[in-house]
Design a protein around this ligand. Sequence first.
Ligand code: ADP
Length: 261
Amino acid sequence: VEKQLRQAQKMEAIGQLTGGIAHDFNNLLTIVLGNLEMIVEQPELNTEVRSMAYEALASVRRGASLTRRLLAFSRQQPLEPRSVDMAHMVTDMTGLFRRSLGETIQVQCTLPPKLWPVSVDASQLENALLNLAVNARDAMPSGGVLGIEARNVTLTAADLAAHPEAVAGDYVQIAVMDSGVGMAREVLDHVLEPFFTTKPVGKGTGLGLSMVYGFARQSGGHLRITSEVGKGSTVKLLLPRQQGEARPVEPMPMLTGVMPR
Ligand code: ADP
């Protein structure tokens, strides 16, 4: 518990720091961006200068996208919970993964006839599942099976012995499983720390799982990760069952995006 507290404090400190820097940096980038956009519009520019300006513009846009991710990470955006049709969401995400993960990865989806209602921020949940799928894909460079399984689970006092941070009650659990390389104990011990990554520079930010963890905790849920080297990993996201009358479910926007590279 003490370790978790330290982890939470560390996350908060890093979150505040990154949030502050990202916010100010974003303002600066906005100025650079606006000026560059006007520069490339100048008719008298010669081709060489124009192409240099376009290159600078492209870099600034990449920088802006990075600061947006950092801002999202430091959770400056509050959650907007609403009733989410989980079966619909999982089915949609499965379709997105099938279309974008490549032919060597087989995507399997398991849904029970009925899931309890949950109230969460739908777009942050989508982001969380996307992060888990990207990790699964990266763990299976020569292909494999990605499984997504949703089910209702009830945590009892007995379950809590092994997970003191959890709260007994009803949850909807979404598990994302892969048949990839798995994680050694030394890796598993650090995966929730922001900026911890084993991926090459430019590929991994080390923010994925810490964001998913932050989302789970903020939503009143939990995250559980199990892994075996050479066999694969399973990440379980537990979201609390919505209490009381479920509000009518808003239709989900169709997912048409592609997976980030
Ligand atoms: P990133 O993906 O940018 O590295 P994450 O926080 O999502 O950041 O993951 C941190 C690290 O955890 C990864 O670099 C990888 O070593 C490990 N990891 C995460 N998910 C998996 C997985 N499904 N299989 C194997 N290793 C994983």
